[in-house]
Design a protein around this ligand. Structure first.
Ligand SMILES: [Zn+2]
Length: 330
């Protein structure tokens, strides 16, 4: 028997929704027992988040988008087991309030209640941080599931850290197949762990946060600082320049990789996961993985057999798939 889940990945500029079909997971409350690799995305749509138009307008448009994909799929809201929303902020698991989110109109009130009413949905609405959704999708539908199958590690024993290296740096922690949210929903906020004492200023108010060295914009900034007279370049252009032998681009990538190794060795010392799965724009660049395993060996406290650092497999869909999965096991 199949179950149907709706998910939405709400980003700063775009919001994506999907209707996901999976085999019934009731037997797999211990999630490792269920093979989710046979999932089917029945429909997917996108809209502009358009933050300037405010919460009510966003809620109305999200409702229309959900109703649109249900109607195209000849389904009704009543057939949906749960709705999951991935947001760019920390969601307090008890109060369902978002804290420190970049879309500020979501901050400070019970979002599950709000969206239940707004969407006219009587089932449960789950909310989580977007990097947590990434980690969940990669664990069950992507790189984690594939790695675990090959290594014969049951998913309910898999420990994995998902890290998104995109506009910012997000983290999601999976221990024994379960997402670790923390007391206030702030577990895995790895982008604001200090990497360099008195380093680059961060919008969070601190200096030297890992996000300021490892996000896509940080990488571009590193190149611009080296090539002081040149106009700013996009990350993908810098990697192309490196392929052509440009010494500044090569040095910028080395600098980035040095910081990545430092950061991942901290993550590894903290969690000792089986794998670290990278997402976001920077993760698509093969050069950042070069020699990373050997270097982690020398940087980690436990030098033998460091965690595999691998690229994601769900691509841009990880956020919305993970959001849809949030209510799967309930
Ligand atoms: Zn910060």
């Amino acid at each position: 028997m199949s179950i149907y889940l709706l998910g939405a990945d709400v980003g700063g500029t775009k919001t994506e929704v999907c209707l996901l079909e999976l085999a019934d997971g009731k037997a797999g409350a211990s999630s490792g027992a269920v093979d989710l690799t046979q999932y089917k995305v029945i429909a997917r749509e996108r809209m502009s988040t358009d933050k300037a138009r405010g919460l009510e307008d966003f809620g109305d448009r999200l409702k229309n988008l959900f109703e649109g994909i249900l109607s195209k799929s000849n389904m009704k809201m009543a057939q949906i087991k749960s709705i999951g929303l991935g947001l760019p902020g920390s969601i307090d698991p008890l109060s369902q309030r978002q804290n420190a989110g970049s879309i500020t109109f979501f901050n400070g009130f019970n979002l599950a209640q709000y969206f239940s009413k707004k969407l006219g949905y009587s089932g449960t609405i789950y909310l989580d941080n977007d990097a947590n959704c990434f980690a969940l999708a990669e664990t069950y539908l992507g790189a984690g599931a594939r790695w675990a199958r090959a290594a014969k590690v049951p998913l309910d024993q898999l420990c994995m850290v998902g890290i998104t290296l995109g506009t910012g740096l997000g983290g999601g922690l999976i221990v024994n197949g379960q997402l670790i949210r923390g007391r206030r929903g702030g577990a895995g906020e790895l982008g604001h762990t200090t990497l360099i004492e008195s380093g680059r200023p961060c919008y969070c108010g601190k200096f030297g946060c890992s996000e300021q060295y490892l996000s896509g914009p940080a990488f571009e900034q590193s190149y611009a600082m080296r090539a002081s007279a040149s106009s700013p370049k996009k990350g993908s252009e810098i990697f192309k320049l490196a392929d052509q032998g440009d010494p500044l681009a090569i040095a910028t990538i080395e600098y980035y990789r040095d910081h990545l190794v430092q950061f991942l060795s901290n993550v590894s010392n903290f969690m000792d996961p089986h794998i670290i799965v990278l997402g976001g724009g920077m993760s698509t660049q093969k050069r950042i993985y070069t020699g990373i395993s050997d270097r982690l060996s020398s940087e980690c406290f436990l030098t033998e057999n460091p965690p595999d650092v691998i690229p994601n497999e769900c691509g841009d869909s990880a956020g919305v798939l993970g959001a849809a999965l949030l209510g799967y096991w309930t």
